[in-house]
Structures are given as structure tokens and as C-alpha cells.
Design a binder for this molecule. Structure first.
Ligand code: ADP
Length: 398
């Protein structure tokens, strides 16, 4: 049984066709520059050379059609026809308070996703374009929506309310939602499996550190707090996002630099974080290289992220009154032993210690704690697509 996972952005569309018997991808790819000149689809099948198809894609419908063609083509394909796709799982960024779990898509669900676009104006409309395009090209297919926010709907009020007038929450749903839900959920389940303990008795802190980053406190299998907020801007320093900030700074920047609110938001979303602090790059590998070569600002950017991570881990250990395991995942979390060493090195008060030899090994999923460590330290390769596919399969099997 094969599940197709679709992640539609405003001008891009990523896909993975996953064989659910093995839980491995048969093929994956990305359509880029949809609706813009020089649109291109890159299609990858494990063990074969990637195929690059340069073809005009005027909208998401064209992208889905081209993807289907690549998947079923006698040369590039991995299936004989669309009949071999059992269902489609769509990543949807914002489920607001409407969705605490994944759902099969119908018109009511589509309307709720449209409504939640108020909270995610950049993401939800793009996700909807992907859904509509699939409905168009594959009208018979069952489809599910899997929300980045859903996993965090279990947060208590004390964690999700901002201390602004309560009617703003009641009327406009202004509150913390949190993101990266599929990643945090996948990693928590994998951690329980690796620790060989029921998730219902574990207190986990998951650090998803990539271009976008968030920390999540997962108590007994449920998210109880997370660092991203109403939008993905809150929390840790990220590639280009500022993370936590005194809100009064916004007015001060507007006045000092004669900027409009949109210009300031653009600075905070796209020109801050690693890029802003280092004045060099938003990419961790560039920054680390430059820091090692003596670039002070790059060093500060890296140090600041590690410092923030220690603060969040300390806070979430307090929020859960304990922690059994600290987990690192995503681009930086999985691939930077230096970050893991420096973060865990400052958490001796929790009894956390790393095994430096294991920390350097390149396996996907590893317990990298020192034998003496009171807290397990794990490195886990996240797999959001598989989580989406598993949810989709469960929904169509009901
Ligand atoms: P996204 O949030 O876009 O999914 P990723 O999870 O892919 O991002 O993370 C991208 C980040 O991971 C980049 O900053 C990149 O430099 C960093 N990264 C990737 N590989 C390595 C590596 N081997 N060592 C250090 N950092 C890495």
C-alpha cells in the first residue's frame, strides 16, 4: 500500500511516495518556481540518478500532473498507474483550535483551513492550493490533512495564553499554537521505542534545530509547551527569524528606521536570526566554518543559539518537574556534534552527560548519553513525511 505525501508552498511543491509496508520512500521530489519562469521538477528514486524535468508549470495543478507523470512514467516511474496510490496526505501548517488531530479532507475541513489562513496567511493558502490541485487531478483519491499545530493542542492554558486582554484570545484566537508537530510527535514515538519504555511514562524535551527551530516539552506523550508561538517567529534564534524579542522593539525600529510594520516584520522574519547576528549567512554550516576561522560575529551567533537552547531545556525540565531524555533532531540537531556537546555540557545540574565517541558516530538514531548520565541524550533523524503518511493510512483504514 502506497501513500503520497504532499507539502505545497506558494511556489513549490514537495512530494514523497511511501510504501507503507516498508515505511520507505519509493520516490520523492520537488517542483519549484511554480507559476514563475523556468519552473522545474526534480524527481528522485533511491538508487537511481535524479531526474530533472524542466517544464512550464503555471499552477499547482500542473505541478501535480507532472509529479503523477514522473511517478508513473515507464522510465522515471515507480508505479504503473495512479491506482497504486491508496491516499494522499497533505501537510497543512495551521489548524488553529479547529484541529487537534489529522482528519480526512471534505468541504467542511477545507473551509476551516481557509478560516485559519488568518493565522497563517503565507502557508495555509499555499497548502490549500496543493489540496485543490490534487482534487482536480486525482478526483477519486482519499485525502487527509495533517497539521503542524495539532500535536500542540494538548498544551494547558498556562502555556498557550499570552498575557494580553483575554477578549483578544476569545475573539481572535490570539494564543500560542506551536509548529513542527509532525516532527515532535514522530521523534517522541521513536524515543520511547529506543528507550524501550511506554511513552505514557516519559518526560521528553525535543530540540528540532534546523532552518526553523523549536523545542517541545512532551509529557506522557503529549505536548505541554513549545517555543514557537502564534506564528513560527517566536522562540529560538533561527536561520533568518529573530525568535524571542521584547515586543516594544517593533515600535522602536519603526520609529528609528522609518519603517512600516510590514518592513519590520520582513526584517524579523527574513533578515534576523543567524543571518542578522552574523551578518554573514543564515546557514549553520557556513557560520560554523567562519566561526572556526575566527569570525567573531559567527561565533556569537552559534554561542547565542546554544545558550538559548540550554535556557529552554532548563525551563521545560522545570515545566515538567523532570526530564527523562533530551533529543536532538533536524538539520543542525542531527548533524552538529559541536552543538550537542556545548548544549549538554552546560546541563550538568540536570545530570546530563554526553559520550563524545558516540556523539561523533553518524548513525540515524542513537543514544549518545554517557553511561553516568541521569538523563538520556538521543539523536534521532526526524521524518515528518512518514508521520503524515502513517496518519493518512490510519484515517483511511478506519
Ligand atoms: P528546514 O528547517 O528548512 O527543514 P533543515 O532541518 O534541513 O532545515 O536544517 C538546515 C540547517 O541544517 C542548515 O543551517 C544547515 O547548515 C544545517 N546542517 C545541515 N547539515 C549539517 C552538518 N553536517 N553540520 C552542521 N549543520 C548542518
Amino acid at each position: 500500500m502506497n501513500i503520497l505525501v504532499v507539502n505545497a508552498g506558494s511556489s513549490s511543491l514537495k512530494y514523497q511516495l511511501i510504501d507503507m509496508n516498508t515505511e520507505k520512500p519509493l520516490a520523492k521530489g520537488t517542483a519549484e518556481r511554480i507559476g514563475i519562469k523556468n519552473s522545474v521538477l526534480t524527481h528522485k528514486v533511491p538508487g537511481r540518478e535524479p531526474v530533472v524535468i524542466e517544464k512550464k508549470m503555471k499552477d499547482h495543478k500542473d505541478a501535480i500532473s507532472l509529479m503523477i507523470k514522473a511517478l508513473t512514467d515507464s522510465k522515471t516511474g515507480v508505479i504503473a498507474s495512479m491506482d497504486e496510490i491508496s491516499a494522499v496526505g497533505h501537510r497543512v501548517v495551521h489548524g488553529g483550535e479547529s484541529f487537534a488531530r489529522s482528519v480526512l479532507i471534505d468541504e467542511t475541513v477545507i473551509r476551516a483551513i481557509e478560516k485559519n489562513a488568518e493565522l497563517a496567511p503565507l502557508h495555509n493558502p499555499a497548502n490549500l492550493m496543493g489540496i485543490r490541485a490534487c482534487q482536480n487531478v486525482m478526483p477519486e483519491a482519499k485525502m487527509a490533512a495533517v497539521f503542524d499545530t495539532a500535536f500542540h493542542q494538548s498544551m494547558p492554558e498556562v502555556a498557550y495564553l499570552y498575557a494580553i486582554p483575554y477578549e483578544m484570545y476569545q475573539e481572535k484566537k490570539i494564543r500560542k499554537y506551536g509548529f513542527h508537530g509532525s516532527s515532535h510527535r514522530y521523534v517522541a514515538l521513536k524515543a520511547a521505542e529506543m528507550l524501550n519504555r511506554p511513552i505514557e511514562e516519559l518526560k521528553l524535551i525535543n530540540c528540532h534545530i534546523g532552518n526553523g527551530s523549536s523545542v517541545c516539552a512532551i509529557k506522557y506523550g503529549k505536548s505541554v509547551d513549545t517555543s514557537m508561538g502564534m506564528t513560527p517567529l517566536e522562540g529560538l534564534i533561527m536561520g533568518t527569524r529573530c525568535g524571542d524579542l521584547d515586543p516594544a522593539i517593533i515600535q522602536h525600529i519603526m520609529n528609528s528606521y522609518k519603517m512600516t510594520i510590514n518592513e519590520v516584520m520582513d526584517v524579523l522574519n527574513k533578515k534576523s536570526g543567524f543571518l542578522g547576528l552574523s551578518q554573514y549567512s543564515s546557514d549553520n554550516r557556513d557560520i560554523m566554518k567562519a566561526a572556526q576561522a575566527g569570525n567573531k560575529q559567527c561565533q556569537i551567533a552559534v554561542d547565542a543559539l546554544e545558550y538559548q537552547l540550554r535556557k529552554y531545556i532548563g525551563a521545560y525540565a522545570a515545566a515538567m518537574d523532570g526530564v527523562d531524555a533530551i533529543i536532538f533532531t533536524a538539520g543542525i540537531g542531527e548533524n552538529s556534534p559541536e552543538l550537542r556537546t556545548n548544549v549538554i555540557g552546560g546541563l550538568s545540574f540536570l545530570g546530563a552527560a554526553i559520550d563524545e565517541e558516540k556523539n561523533l558516530l553518524r548513525e540515524d538514531n542513537m543514544d549518545i548519553s554517557a553511561e553516568s548520565s541521569r538523563v538520556r541524550v538521543l539523536r534521532i533523524a526526524t521524518n515528518e513525511e512518514l508521520m503524515i503518511a502513517r496518519d493518512t493510512l490510519e484515517l483511511i483504514s478506519k
